[in-house]
Design a protein around this ligand. Structure first.
Ligand SMILES: Cc1cc2nc3c(=O)[nH]c(=O)nc-3n(C[C@H](O)[C@H](O)[C@H](O)COP(=O)(O)OP(=O)(O)OC[C@H]3O[C@@H](n4cnc5c(N)ncnc54)[C@H](O)[C@@H]3O)c2cc1C
Length: 407
């Protein structure tokens, strides 16, 4: 790990990244969305992909490619896959700078980068890693996660989508649901059942599905935010080459675990929707509306700052500081803290704005909060529900007994 005296100390790296981002900032500053708002003006708890999202996606891909070519897309990644072998703190520096400097959101790429890529990195063959990781990190392709099914969400090991071996291929049949970015994706990480006789967790395998292959049907789901970021995905006899298998046959539960751990820790447990920019925006909103003197709002402001501070303090702990016994629960703790911080910010914005948060009356920084306020409840479910996180913390972190099975 670089020390403060190395050329790649965190400070030196921050300077390098900031210099580069300043040099390209102008190219992304005039980005207009439908409705005349700048992409950086809207605030969302989860990516919503509303009207005008094609331009957002194009900008995100262009920005990601520029970052990749400058060595800033994946600083902690290995050199043969476009990384620089640095630390995750270097990754976080780039993300924070991008947020602080108001660059357009790249959130629609994050399922591929923070859920799919870690599984390929940890379990894929050398060839799969080189090809897929480079393409994902350069945004040449977009990834999605094909885990949840109508009958398997919290109980993920209950997935029933089948994969049957046929020569060098596997043939996949079944239905996935809640697939974020499925309609944009080129590749999907699918958790499927390859051996129904091998027990619930033992008969699972992970494949990378070409989302444009014959037999893949993607149907967007409209959300109450007005956006349409997730989908139903039907797999009807989809052929996947065995070379697109991630990990061994029957090792899918372990591979999926890598994706889920990373999802909680880096995608959901990081600053995520609670960037310094969002906190500044909500405080500025309260001040603009003259609401800071109201005791009810003051109490909410205090709760919001406390929740955000707790989340940041936990997220800033160096890797490994949770201790070996609790290492696997850090993502669950961070996710719970982040969900609480999102709730407080959404409640504060909703309370001071009232109905103006939901009706576009042209008032600056009012309707911009609509997606955040309406999207906040989804954080209690996405990436594993609150109850599931609490079970993980209780059982794996605190060593408490598992609840008795019904009956
Ligand atoms: C914004 C968003 C994006 C998503 N993106 C994706 C994606 O890209 N890919 C993907 O595969 N999935 C995705 N999901 C799906 C998500 O992972 C599931 O919704 C989640 O795991 C819960 O599963 P479920 O909806 O089937 O609810 P269920 O599992 O049916 O749960 C229903 C209720 O029962 C409770 N419950 C269930 N089991 C237990 C238990 N053992 N102990 C205590 N309580 C329990 C739950 O906490 C919940 O309150 C997304 C969800 C959201 C909200």
């Amino acid at each position: 790990m670089p020390s403060d005296n190395d050329p790649l100390s965190l400070d030196a790296f921050r300077e390098e990244a900031e210099r580069f981002l300043r040099s390209i900032a102008g190219e992304f500053a005039t980005a207009e969305r439908a409705g005349g708002r700048r992409a950086s003006d809207r605030i969302a708890a989860v990516e919503e992909l509303g009207e005008g999202h094609e331009l957002q996606v194009k900008q995100a891909r262009e920005l990601q490619a520029r970052l990749f070519d400058a060595g800033l897309a994946w600083p902690s990644g290995p050199a043969d896959c476009g990384g620089r072998g640095l630390t995750r703190e270097h990754d976080r520096i780039v993300e924070r700078l991008l947020a602080d400097m108001g660059f357009p959101s790249r959130e629609m790429l994050f399922v591929g980068l923070h859920i799919v890529a870690p599984a390929i990195d940890a379990h894929g063959t050398a060839e799969l890693r080189r090809r897929m990781l480079t393409a994902l990190y350069r945004a040449d392709i977009i990834g999605c996660q094909l885990f949840s099914e109508p009958g398997a969400g919290s109980d993920l090991a209950g997935v029933s989508t089948r994969a049957v071996r046929d020569g060098d291929d596997w043939v996949l049949t079944g239905q996935k649901v809640w697939t974020s970015m499925g309609h944009l994706a080129d590749v999907g990480e699918a958790l499927v059942r390859t051996d129904p006789s091998a027990g619930k967790h033992g008969g699972l395998t992970v494949f990378l599905v070409d989302m444009h292959a014959p037999g893949v049907t993607v149907r967007p789901i409209r959300q109450m935010t007005g956006g349409s970021a997730f989908n139903e995905v039907f797999l009807d006899g989809v052929r996947v080459p065995d070379s697109h298998r991630v990990g061994g046959v029957g090792e899918g539960w372990r591979v999926a675990g890598t994706s889920l751990g990373s999802e909680r820790e880096t995608m959901i447990g990081g600053d995520g929707p609670v960037s310094p920019y969002v906190l500044e925006r909500v405080v500025a909103l309260v001040e603009r509306l003259g609401a800071a003197d109201d005791p009810v709002h003051r109490r909410r402001i205090a709760r919001t700052v406390a929740a955000v501070t707790a989340m940041r303090a936990a997220a800033a702990l160096p890797d490994g500081s949770w201790g070996h016994r609790t290492a696997s629960v850090s993502g669950s703790v961070l996710k719970m803290l982040m969900t609480r911080a999102v709730d407080e910010i959404a409640a504060l914005a909703g309370e001071v704005l009232g109905e103006r948060a939901f009706t576009d009356g042209g008032e600056p920084d009012a309707y911009a909060w609509s997606e955040f306020v309406l999207g906040a409840p989804a954080m209690h479910i996405a990436g594993g529900t609150d109850e599931i996180q609490l079970n993980i913390i209780a059982q794996r972190g605190l060593g408490l007994p598992r609840p008795p099975k019904p009956g």
